[in-house]
Write a protein that binds this ligand. Structure first.
Ligand code: UDX
Ligand code: UDX
Length: 466
């Protein structure tokens, strides 16, 4: 299938076999098929393939369903469960299988190794290029390349990390800040680059280990920013400052930037927690103690327990039999993914302390229910908050930011809202009669000025003023 890009058949990047129809592989396969590349999408999960064949995506991702139906209808995307069929005539194979964390935090590369072995064994073209899309620790591509060469298979092996955020993956795919391709075969890297040339994004071709570290470094630095602002939020609470105001000020400095300075429950999802720990383990493997990464992970874990402590304090230390309404289960808005979601830790902790939790989420309720057997999960947020001793905001879905708090006021048992993402309108809540507690900011109560529970330093008290 020509892309109409003026390249000869030999120069065409496809046919392309993508292995893994997960959050990354599915979006990548559908978007490249829509660009005109002939794509075969291979997965071992028959249930997932059956859902895809019916034109439905196994993941909640805006814009994906329409694109999927379009490329299936036009025959540009072929779904396969047999690697020989998927690799027949393929001139490129892309591995987008999972690299979940092992118990000690190292990345589990078993799926990558298995998938690489299968595509190499079933390649029919002499010039097939294999691309690792999955996030793999520094040095992995080079090591796998050596392994392939030792087995007499000398296909060029490149790495092309993904920078897709869940909930905006299709948009992110079409508007990447750059395309990073790592490898030791320039021609092969340029062939991979041709897959993405229609995006007009800058292409950065590096050695494979640098490309792997660009991916880990990007995610880790973003995670560090989040943990930094969360530590600043704690200090704001102790000193009576407002972390939103502080973050606006800090973020105005163009060297820092405002993005990822949102204080709250911290980072979850399938990437940041996994990638930060995997990078720390990779550093340790090479004899380096990457303390900054450990600090980011520790601060992040602490945010969840600090948040539960806020709820407990707001209910005078006793959560036994209190009804807590939790708004949001997905790790962030726009997705149904609950991997490493703050909601799971917070709800389990509340239930351990004797609370009865009712939770809601626009799309992640079903996935969360499997991990929260004692939690009542309802679809409607107004039903969720009815009779609540406290309403707790965990995921900043637009639906919850837009809730009608005057309608909620007569429904709840106590007028108490604790906002884990600093996304609600404190003024509107106080006007509706609620006490509004958030992260890194003063508590707001109806009819009372913002309360800051900071204490003057002794040396200031001793010296007096004037
Ligand atoms: C991907 C990358 O793999 C990960 O490194 C990155 O950090 C995030 O994106 P993800 O897409 O979330 O992870 O993986 P997952 O949702 O687990 O999907 C992987 C898919 O590969 C699954 O559907 C699984 O069935 C399939 N798979 C796995 C295969 O088809 N063959 C295998 O050998 C292993
Ligand atoms: C991230 C990276 O953004 C993406 O480039 C990479 O490819 C995969 O990992 P994702 O994990 O989907 O994407 O979501 P992201 O929007 O980055 O948020 C990550 C976590 O950080 C979420 O739990 C979010 O709630 C949290 N977060 C984000 C904050 O706590 N504060 C912020 O200011 C921003």
């Amino acid at each position: 299938m020509s892309r109409g890009n003026g390249l000869s058949a030999a120069q065409q990047p496809g046919p392309l076999c993508v292995v893994g129809a997960g959050y990354v592989g599915l979006v990548t396969a559908v978007c490249l098929a829509d660009s005109g590349v002939e794509v075969r999408l291979l997965d071992v999960d028959q249930t997932r393939l059956a859902l895809l064949r019916s034109g439905r995506s196994p993941i909640h991702e805006p814009l994906l369903d329409d694109l999927l139906s379009k490329v299936l209808r036009r025959g540009r995307l072929v779904l396969c469960n047999d690697v020989a069929e998927a690799m027949r005539g393929a001139r490129m194979a892309m591995l987008a299988v999972g690299t979940p964390p092992l118990a000690d935090g190292r990345a589990d590369l078993s799926q990558v190794r298995a998938a690489l072995g299968e595509v190499v064994a079933n390649a029919t073209e002499s010039d097939t290029v294999v691309v690792i899309k999955s996030t793999v620790p520094p040095g992995t591509t080079a090591a796998l390349r050596a392994l392939c060469r030792r087995s007499g298979r000398t296909f060029p092996l490149c790495v092309c990390p993904e920078f897709l955020s869940e909930g905006s993956a299709v948009k992110d795919f079409h508007h990447p800040p750059q395309v990073v391709i790592g490898g030791d075969d320039r021609v092969a890297c340029e062939r991979v680059a041709r897959l993405f040339e229609y995006l007009d994004a800058p292409v950065r071709i590096t050695d494979s280990t640098s490309a792997e570290l660009i991916k880990y470094g990007t995610n880790s630095f973003l995670a560090l920013k989040i943990s930094f602002i969360n530590e600043m939020a704690h200090l704001c609470e102790l000193t009576g400052a407002d972390v939103q105001v502080v973050a606006d000020g800090i973020g105005t400095d163009s060297r820092i930037g405002r993005a990822f300075l949102g204080a709250g429950l911290g980072f979850g999802g399938s990437c940041f927690p996994k990638d930060v720990r995997a990078l720390d383990m990779a550093a340790s493997y090479h004899g380096q103690s990457f303390w900054l990464l450990r600090a980011a992970v520790e601060v992040n874990a602490q945010q969840r327990s600090r948040f539960v402590a806020k709820i407990q304090k707001a209910l005078r230390g006793n959560l036994a039999n209190k009804r807590i309404a939790v708004l949001g289960l997905a790790f962030k808005p726009g997705t149904d993914d609950i991997r490493a979601a703050a909601s799971i830790d917070v709800i389990r902790h509340l239930e351990d302390l004797g609370a009865r939790v009712v939770a809601t989420d626009p799309v992640a309720g079903a996935k969360a229910a499997a991990q929260l057997p004692f939690t009542e999960i309802v679809a409607d947020p107004y039903e969720c908050v009815s009779g609540a001793d406290a309403v707790v905001l965990v995921t900043e879905w637009p639906e919850y930011v837009a809730l009608d708090w005057r309608r909620i006021a007569p429904l709840v048992k106590r007028h108490l809202v604790i906002d884990g993402r600093n996304c609600l309108d404190g003024e509107a809540l106080v006007a509706a009669g609620f006490t509004y507690i958030s992260m890194g900011r003063a508590v707001r109560r109806p009819g009372r000025p913002a309360q800051t529970d900071h204490t003057l330093r002794p040396e200031l008290l001793a010296s007096g003023i004037g």
